[in-house]
Write a protein that binds this ligand. Structure first.
Ligand SMILES: [Zn+2]
Length: 412
């Protein structure tokens, strides 16, 4: 036997030991106890081979003190997040390691599945970053938590106010060939693309996206009622962060908000971080669309999770305060910095909705919107993506996060 073969055999043996050790770390079967998020009654959930094997509802029964104030819910599903803990998915220094790090941090906030979101950027940057993100989707550690990608821009309104914080130089007209290059770089992982319905070429672009299985969301636009209807007829199914990506001064009758609220075929996402919308707006969207037809998103910038302070991004100075990002010289919003767990807590407070409804808007609805049949609910046979949390002074505090049966975060 050659020296090389001996080393190779030793390497194989070492790999086998490592694999056995990692299985030993995470038992293939475990039981979770807590209060079921839908009725706040005790429940026992058996997990086997990464799936929910059995659910036993124990109404009226006492649970151990440790679990008496711990809720169990499906993991949160986030469909608009630009980065986290300093890792910018549209940034020039994005790496696979960075995406791993951001994902581990998101697990701590209860997010078990997400769509990394890329915003209006140069052609080369978008292609390059989608290539990195497609590797993340196949990664053995974090791949299960990445269900695809969201491209917000560059096919949005270039108008001041409507384009929000997107840089004008990167905004372009919808271009199917260009989009196909991104889709190829993303290994067909782009699941959602944002479009302004009034820009030239938008309607045929929406149609082609939907035919190819990509969802279209109306975003950063000043579409008329007719243009919005045309886009929805062509297959657009969502409104991106409704109430934001809109100029401050708009016509009281003819503005893009009313037609989007009035059309039942549109499921809006909203940023209920307490800064991007007033409580009254959140309540109104909730009343109009209902818990079945609304999705909570964080739209968090990469600064989310970092200590408050001033940061440089894309040649601009941003001020990160406790829960939001501003342009310090104008004192206007530059972006969000709260994970959706915070938005869940806010929905409970702003609308007085049930815990069941708040979780539905942050898990079940986004999973259903993207045909993610394996997740978003606690029922037998589904993938065991679960969160255990307590509610402390109205805040959702994540105690444990489980992805495909594996504990990926534990507060203790
Ligand atoms: Zn936006």
């Amino acid at each position: 036997m050659s020296k090389f073969s001996k080393y190779f055999l030793f390497f194989l043996f070492f790999q086998l030991i490592c694999t056995m050790t990692s299985f030993a770390d995470q038992p293939s079967e475990q039981t979770i106890k807590g209060l079921f998020y839908r009725d706040c009654e005790p429940v026992e959930i058996k997990i086997a081979d990464g799936r929910i094997a059995k659910i036993r509802h124990l109404p009226g029964e006492e649970v151990d003190t440790e679990e008496s104030d711990t809720y169990v819910a499906p993991g949160l599903v986030e469909v608009q997040i630009n980065g986290y803990m300093g890792v910018d998915f549209s940034g020039e220094d994005l790496t696979l390691d960075g995406v791993r790090e951001a994902t581990r941090e998101l697990w701590k906030a209860g997010i078990t599945t997400y769509l990394p979101t890329l915003i209006s950027q140069s052609h080369e940057r978008l292609k390059g970053n989608f290539t990195i993100l497609s590797q993340a989707m196949d990664d053995s550690e974090i791949g299960a938590s990445i269900a695809g990608f969201h491209l917000e821009g560059p096919y949005i309104s270039p108008e001041e106010g409507f384009r929000g914080a997107h840089l004008k130089k990167y905004i372009r007209k919808p271009d199917w060939e260009e989009f196909m290059e991104y889709q190829q770089a993303a290994d067909n992982g782009i699941k959602l693309v944002a479009v302004a319905p009034e820009v030239e070429g938008a309607i045929p672009f929406v149609r082609r996206c939907v035919e190819s299985g990509v969802e279209v969301t109306l975003a950063h636009h000043n579409g008329s009622a007719e243009e919005i209807k045309e886009a929805v007829d062509a297959g657009a199914s969502m409104s991106n962060h409704l109430g934001n990506g809109c100029a401050n001064m708009i016509h009281r009758h003819n503005n893009p908000l009313w037609p989007q609220m009035a059309d039942d075929r549109l499921t809006p996402s909203i940023i209920a971080d307490g800064y991007h919308l007033t409580r009254e707006e959140v309540r109104t969207f909730y009343k109009v669309k209902g818990a079945d037809n609304l999705i909570l998103v964080s739209d968090a910038l990469d600064l989310a999770g970092l200590p408050p302070g001033k940061y440089e991004r894309g040649g601009r100075t941003l001020q990160l305060t406790e829960n939001v990002v501003k342009f310090p010289d104008q004192n206007v919003l530059a972006g969000a910095a709260s994970p959706i767990s915070k938005c869940v807590s806010n929905m409970l407070e702003f609308t007085r909705c049930s815990l069941k409804d708040a979780i539905q808007m942050a898990s079940t609805n986004p999973a259903r919107q993207f045909d993610l049949d394996e997740i978003g609910e606690i029922s037998q046979g589904k993938r065991a993506d679960l969160i255990l949390f307590t509610m402390e002074e109205g805040e959702m505090i994540i105690q444990k996060t489980i992805v495909a049966g594996k504990v990926v975060y534990s507060k203790e």
